[in-house]
Each structure stands twice: as C-alpha cells, then as structure tokens.
Design a protein around this ligand. Structure first.
Ligand code: HMG
Length: 391
C-alpha cells in the first residue's frame, strides 16, 4: 500500500526582520549574512503567536471538514514547547475541531522530531489504511540578542497530512538513522535560550550527513544519480550547501550535479526569507522545492536529510505522485512579502517580551498581528487561545 504526504501547509509570523537592519545594528557586513549564511530575513513572532497558533494556522490552511472527521492522530514535533506536561497537539486538536476519538501527542529531539513523527504516522496508516494522521513541525528559534546564532533565528510551522494513496509523495521505506550523544546545541529546562557550540555543531551536522549517507548508500546500493533533488535540514542554507558539496563525488556526472545544484537553490528560497524553523526547516525546504520547481515530475525521487542536535540524523526518500502540483500553492512568496518589517528596536521588544504574570497566574497582552489564531491571555496559568473572526 502506498503511504505518504497527501497535503502540506505552512504558517509563519506576520513580522519580519530584514538582515540589513541586523547587520547595521551589530556592526556586521550584510554580505556575511547574505553570502556567508545565505539568509535575507527572519520571521519574528510576538508573544501572542507561539508554536500552537502557528501549528493550527499551518494545518487550517490545508484541512477540509472531511479531513477533520478522518484524522485519528495529531502529532506536534517541537523543541520550543509551551508546557512541560500538556502536549501542544491537544490545543491544536481543539482549535481545529478534529473529531474527539483521536490520539494527540508531542515529540521532541531537537530539529529531528518531525521526521520521527512522519515515521510513526506511516506505521499507523499501514495498520489503519483509512486513517489520516496530522503531523506538524512547529518551532520558534530564539538564540538571544547579539549572540552568534542571532542571525539564524526564525519561526514557523509545517503541517503534513499522512494518508494511504497520497496525492503529493509516497514514502520509499528506506530510512537510515544515526544517534550520537553530543553537546552541540541544547536547552536545559531552566533556560529560555539554547546553549550552542556553533562551529562544533556545523562539524557534527556535516559529519552526520556524510556517515549516514555512506550507510544509506551501502544498505540500498544507491547513489546521487537516483535522485532528482536532495533536501536538507536548513539551520541556515549555506551549511546545507556545504553538505551537498561534501557528498557529491568529484567524478559525479555533470548533468546530475547540475540537477541537484539547481534544485538545491530552489529548496532554499523560503528559508532564506524565514530563517531556521528547527523541526520544520527540512520540510520548508521540501515545500519550497515542490512549489517552485518547474522540472520535477511524477516518479522523481527526492532524498531528505534530517538533523537534530544532540544528535539524531536520518536519511530517507519520497517519490512524487502523478498530479502532485495540483496539491500545492504557487503564490506563497507573496504571503512572505506581506509581513510587517521591524526596526531593530521593535524586533528586540517584540521577540523577547515575556508574560508578566500576576500572583494568581494571569497575564494580558497588547494586540499584535497573528495568523488565524492567537494566544489571547493567560488565566490561572492556563493559556487561552482564540480563533480569529476573519478566518
Ligand atoms: P558566526 O560567528 O555568525 O559566523 O557563526 P562566521 O564568522 O562563522 O561566518 C559565517 C560565514 O560567513 C563564514 O563562511 C564566513 O567566512 C562568512 P564559511 O567560512 O563557514 O564558509 N563571512 C562572509 N562571507 C561573505 N562576506 C563577508 C563575510 N563575513 C563572514 N563579509 C554560526 C556562524 C553557524 C556558528 C552561528 O550562526 C551559530 O552559532 N548558529 C547557531 C548554530 C547552528 O545553526 N548550527 C548549525 C548546525 S546544528 C543544527 O543544524 C541544529 C539546529 O538547527 C538546532 C536543532 O537541531 O535543534 C541549530
């Protein structure tokens, strides 16, 4: 039975920090960001937009009422969770109005967990062919003012509906994963921002890619010529480009090399303007590729490299389904252009605002622009969300 991604949606914040602003404020040359990291802008969230509201917006964009009666599992993968106990997917299940007899849970392993979510969804649909599973990767990447990672922040959610007989792409059942216990990037529960060993993390990313790819090739007698495109986890696109160059052998056929390089450039279009969205960033790359490539066709294979610090990596592939373009949008760039640009002062105030809780655990917020959902207020330590009227 073919199982895979039937629909894919995306949501981000309504505010953006153009990196010219950041370069000027931090005394850096803009080329460092545009060429050195291959980033142009970062999505910035206000306090009323969090991983729950973005996850709900990304899913709302793709789900029909019929989907909401068929979904029997909701998985939210995140490393910027809002509660140590209650899963973000429980809020999302409610906000979307999904039928009650569903399982809802949250998954975590840095930027990797969305991939684990897809795998669990696939196993579930294998046993229950009429089921639909909603997998959402939602995160806010926040490193701190004037930190080394500040230019690689971002925010967004990618929602994927996993079904049998999918209309976008099927899973090829070829996953190869690797785990290594390292401290390259981590966030203890008492800290709002991560600890990062930046250069070490880039080395671990590249080494995990090389070694997992070698194992994948060995297990599946496969090589780069088998793929139309290779999508990567995108903490910032330049690192993924280094990865692509690393796994391309010197004697690689020129046509294959050009195809992979051209499709790589297409896969980073959205991330250049959104930044790192942690769990969703690999899938934002996939979405960018699918929505913007003019050359991809049915039966093309796409290889994906998932990496989460700590670290877990995985390589697997998807095969495109006939008619996949009908399930995608072609005007997403226009949405990104509509975000409100922030000055450096506005960014610092907005992104780092924290709930000012009363002794009873209540907090009110100013009104900010959000997608279809917003965090309205906090009451007795409970987060109260609302669906916006115009949606
Ligand atoms: P940095 O200090 O901002 O930058 O650190 P740099 O000095 O290393 O420069 C960056 C690049 O810009 C270099 O290119 C420079 O040469 C170039 P490279 O040598 O690497 O090719 N550059 C210029 N280029 C053109 N014109 C100029 C110019 N100036 C400099 N004028 C660092 C970069 C990545 C360390 C930092 O941004 C950071 O710590 N980021 C956060 C950690 C990160 O993203 N790590 C990636 C791997 S780990 C991962 O992917 C997991 C993660 O997503 C989290 C998770 O799993 O949960 C992060």
């Amino acid at each position: 039975m073919a199982i895979g991604i039937d629909k894919i949606g995306f949501a981000t914040s309504q505010y953006v920090l153009n990196l010219e602003e950041l370069a000027q404020a931090r005394g850096q040359k803009i080329e460092k960001y545009k060429t050195g990291l291959m980033l142009d802008a970062l999505s910035i969230t206000p306090i009323t937009e969090d991983i729950v509201t973005m996850a709900a917006s990304a899913a709302q964009d793709i789900l029909t009422d019929e989907d909401k009666t068929s979904i029997d599992m909701v998985i939210v993968a995140t490393e910027s969770g809002i509660d140590q106990s209650k899963a973000a997917s429980v809020y999302v299940h409610h906000l979307l109005g999904i039928q009650p007899f569903a399982r809802s849970l949250e998954m975590k392993e840095a930027c990797y967990a969305g991939t684990a979510g897809l795998h669990y969804a696939k196993l579930h649909v294998e046993k229950n062919p009429d089921s639909k599973v909603l997998v959402i990767a939602s995160d806010i990447a926040k490193y701190g003012i004037a930190s080394a990672g500040e230019s690689t922040q971002g925010a967004g959610a990618v929602a994927m509906l996993v079904t049998s007989n999918p209309r976008i792409a099927t899973f090829s059942d070829d996953n190869v994963a690797q785990t290594r216990d390292i401290y390259d990037f981590w966030r203890p529960i008492y800290s709002t921002i991560p600890f990062v060993d930046g250069i070490y993390s880039t080395k671990q990313y590249l080494d995990s890619l090389e070694t997992t790819w070698a194992e994948y090739q060995k297990r599946h007698q496969s090589n780069l010529a088998d793929f139309a495109a290779f999508c990567f986890h995108l903490p910032y696109p330049k690192l993924a480009l280094k990865g692509l160059k690393k796994i391309m052998p010197k004697d690689l056929d020129e046509q294959v090399k050009n195809r992979l390089t051209d499709n790589f450039d297409i896969s980073i279009l959205y991330s250049r303007k959104v930044g790192n969205i942690y769990t969703g960033s690999l899938y934002l790359g996939l979405l960018s590729l699918l929505e913007n490539s003019q050359t991809l066709k049915a039966n093309d294979n796409i290889c994906l490299f998932s990496y989460g610090s700590g670290a877990v990596s995985e390589i697997f592939s998807l095969q495109l389904v006939d008619g996949f373009r009908k399930m995608l949008r072609n005007n997403r760039m226009a949405d990104l252009e509509k975000r409100q640009a922030l000055t450096i002062g506005e960014y610092e105030k907005l992104f780092y605002e924290e709930a000012d809780l009363t002794e009873e655990g209540n907090a009110k917020f100013d009104t900010y622009n959000t997608g279809g959902f917003a965090l309205e207020h906090i009451q007795n330590h409970q987060r109260i969300y609302m669906r916006k009227q115009h949606d």
